[in-house]
Design a protein around this ligand. Structure first.
Ligand code: SAM
Length: 411
């Protein structure tokens, strides 16, 4: 395995159309470290860098879904035998504990799905369970592969940054998957266990028709849903939802709640300011919110919104952000207390200076690990999740455009 001091190019995956944003983000990251590294994109959903020994943690990037330290580029594979050269490149890595074979999530690479399965089936035997790094093969085209490994700081929780979440039949909007994914990707297992517990209280700003509220109710949480629009009748029948037709920017909770979630379509700075106010007032102890980014300069918009949240990181909270797989022209942000067990509204978590969060830095402080918490009894009877197996999380072939359940309703 190559020591980190050796410079390698990096390859990163993002949502199609967001390459300029990831490029800008990476340039800012390298610039802040005084590293002169080229960054560009010649293919949808893929961003490449020149050789660098400075490697960002995936959790430090908002617009990247996955990151590979590239140790071999094979741009002219023969169609008759791709396995021999790819296998040799993998062998050169040394032992590896898992292997993912995937293609960028784009229209052009969709037809590669069967090829990925075939390559994966031939290469999995090389995996040696243990603590060695994760290896990856990304097929950029049918005869073009990059081979490498996850960064030492850890790769994507799900290969290609694509979780397989099943759309729950009873959920009133596809948007439900955004909050589900946010809980899986932006929270650690310990945080999910401590914060998403039955009986916890939540406010959902911009709740209608109720996709996010559904995720909270599925975890047996009590939700105040704020929206002038109609909230799904099935959710209301759960007895766990109070619907208030109020303005989310004016609403004040009568007493502190465990969770604030917010999916209102508004300017990112305005939403970030609102969330910052909720924490400053001690109205909530954790939050997940969506920032809509319909503008051209999305990285800049996020950087400005982040300014509104910066004060929280010195007050016992961690701020993490990511363009999730289920996000479109938007990103999702989580604010979680460093001590998830601290009681709500006491200010206990807020007033303690955070050396940990300073050290870890924004926007995403810690790589989430561990298995997803199974939600409590969902509204209705359908299963809410098609949780990947542990093995499936770590390895296995997956086209980055793998389907994630059928959406019957629009967001
Ligand atoms: N999260 C919802 C779901 O999963 O079903 C979808 C929310 S939708 C993207 C945005 C919602 O925000 C709309 O229902 C809209 O009525 C609401 N909204 C926008 N501005 C609002 C405001 N100032 N106060 C309350 N709700 C607002």
């Amino acid at each position: 395995m190559h020591p980190p001091s050796i410079a390698h190019p990096l390859a990163l995956l993002c949502r199609v159309g967001f390459e300029p944003d990831l490029i800008e983000e990476l340039k800012a990251w390298f610039h802040a470290r005084g590293a002169a590294v080229t960054v560009d994109s010649v293919q949808p959903a893929v961003v490449r860098t020149g050789p660098t020994s400075a490697v960002p943690r995936l959790t430090e990037l908002v617009f990247a879904r996955d990151l590979m330290v590239v140790t071999a580029e094979l741009p002219t594979l023969g169609v008759k035998d791709r396995i021999t050269p790819i296998g040799a490149a993998l062998d050169a890595l040394g032992p590896f504990s898992s292997l993912s074979v995937l293609a960028p999530d784009s229209e052009a690479t969709k037809p590669l799905a069967p090829l990925l399965g075939a390559i994966d089936a031939r290469l999995q035997a090389r995996v040696q369970p243990g603590s060695a790094p994760a290896a990856a093969v990304w097929m950029l085209a049918g005869t073009h592969a990059v081979v490498g490994q996850a960064p030492a700081s850890g790769g994507a929780r799900y290969p290609g940054g694509i979780p397989r979440l099943k759309f729950p039949r009873e959920a009133p909007s596809r948007s439900t998957l955004k909050l589900d994914e946010a809980f899986q990707v932006l929270l650690t297992e310990a945080e999910r266990n401590a914060l998403l517990r039955p009986g916890a209280s939540a406010v959902d700003l911009g709740a209608a028709p109720g996709g996010w509220t559904y995720q909270l109710v599925a975890r047996q949480m009590r939700v105040t849903a704020i929206d002038n629009g109609r909230v799904d009748a099935g959710l209301m029948a759960s007895g766990l939802v109070t619907h208030l037709r109020e303005d989310g920017f004016r609403y004040r909770p009568p007493k502190p709640v465990d969770w604030l979630v917010c999916d209102m379509v508004e300017k990112p700075g305005r939403v970030a300011e609102l969330v910052a106010r909720w924490f400053a007032q001690g109205w909530c102890r954790a939050a997940v919110f969506n920032l809509k980014l319909p503008m051209k300069r999305r990285f800049e918009a996020w950087t400005l919104a982040l300014q509104e949240l910066k004060a929280l990181t010195g007050k016992g909270f961690m701020v993490r952000a990511r363009q999730l797989y289920h996000d479109r022209e938007e990103i999702t942000v989580a604010v979680v207390p460093e001590r998830p067990g601290a009681p709500v509204g006491t200010g206990a978590a807020r007033d303690r200076p955070s050396r940990q969060s300073e050290k870890r830095g924004l926007p995403h402080a810690a790589a989430p690990t561990g298995k997803a918490q199974r939600p409590g009894a969902p509204v209705g009877k359908g299963s809410t999740r098609d949780q990947p197996s542990r093995q499936g999380e770590k390895q296995g072939s997956r086209h980055a455009a793998a389907p994630t359940g059928k959406a019957k309703r629009k967001r």
